[in-house]
Design a protein around this ligand. Structure first.
Ligand code: PDD
Length: 288
């Protein structure tokens, strides 16, 4: 079956799908995106992704007339037509196509593209047993990263540096040592039985997986502190972990080559991974 993409209301083979060269997403990264997990053919946490997209549209004053219901139908239809049980749905919504000019165009119509790519979530479950390595990089992004725009060049460079160092992720750190988040994941530590993650702010992307983990942990009577933590604290922590749509929960076992805790996945990560797995099964029927 050929890969299919959605472009402004049309479904067509991915290799034929394109956007005009004057799309503002291309020229200015004047665009938002969402990555949603498709597990067992079902969308995970769809309402959360939709709500974040709506917040982004409001923040950027992009007028997008499609209703939530219509968007849900279009997304699910593309997922179904692609036929993958386990996949990632990518949605990108730009301010539209207009002659290049920084100020908002008067008459552009917002443009929506979507793709669905197969994804192996079971591979992530295997990585939960070994844990992963992170490196650190300066956080040199702009000051509004709570808006999920396609302007990801600092993230791209940080993640490439991680790959070059044989690590899974790069944690982005401020000059005074605060760990904000990873290049495409949220960052956590475990200390004294408490789960600690950076508070929502313009300096992190409020992850959907982050929100889910906070809810699940609190329901399980685990204390969650939404507060800034430093690299020093992370290196002295009992455990560390990261979350995202593409890595629902992974134990971090080294930071810049130095072990966290025992240097192996810890008991809190295992407990949280089980909670996350139960939640995925509840929503989608998926079991790794
Ligand atoms: N990235 N922080 C950043 C900078 C991210 O790009 C992401 C997601 C997250 C986690 O958000 P969520 O839990 O909603 O996936 C945190 C996506 C997966 C990506 O760019 O591919």
């Amino acid at each position: 079956m050929p890969q299919l993409a959605y472009v402004d209301g049309r479904i067509l083979p991915l290799r034929e799908a394109s956007v005009p060269v004057e799309d503002r997403g291309l020229q200015f990264a004047d665009a938002l995106y969402e990555v949603t997990a498709v597990m067992n053919g079902r969308l995970l946490d769809w309402d959360g992704h939709l709500a974040r997209l709506r917040r982004g549209l409001a923040a950027l004053a992009i007028d997008f007339p499609m209703s939530d219901a219509a968007l849900g139908i279009a997304a699910r239809n593309l997922v179904r037509r692609n036929g993958h049980r386990d996949a990632l749905l990518y949605m990108q919504l730009s301010r539209g196509v207009a002659r290049r000019d920084h100020v908002f165009p008067g008459a552009a119509r917002a443009s929506l593209v979507m793709t669905v790519r197969r994804f192996d979530f079971a591979q992530r479950v295997r990585q939960q047993r070994t844990g992963i390595a992170v490196i650190t990089r300066p956080d040199d992004r702009w000051g509004r990263v709570e808006i999920k725009t396609t302007g990801l060049l600092p993230n791209v460079l940080a993640k490439q540096a991680a790959k070059a160092a044989g690590a899974f992720e790069a944690w982005l750190v401020t000059p005074d040592g605060v760990v904000r988040e990873g290049g495409s994941t949220n960052a956590w530590i475990v200390a004294g039985g408490r789960l600690i993650t950076h508070p929502l702010s313009p300096h992190i992307l409020g992850g959907i997986a982050r929100a889910t983990l906070i809810r699940l942990a609190r329901e399980a009577q685990i204390v969650v502190e939404e507060r800034a933590f430093t690299l020093q604290e992370a290196l002295a922590a009992d455990e560390a972990l990261l979350t995202s749509t593409t890595a629902p929960l992974l134990p971090v076992v080294t930071i810049d080559g130095r072990p966290v805790g025992s240097g192996t996945p810890g008991p809190m990560a295992a407990r949280l991974a089980a909670l996350v797995a139960d939640e995925m099964e509840r929503q989608t029927g998926w079991r790794g």
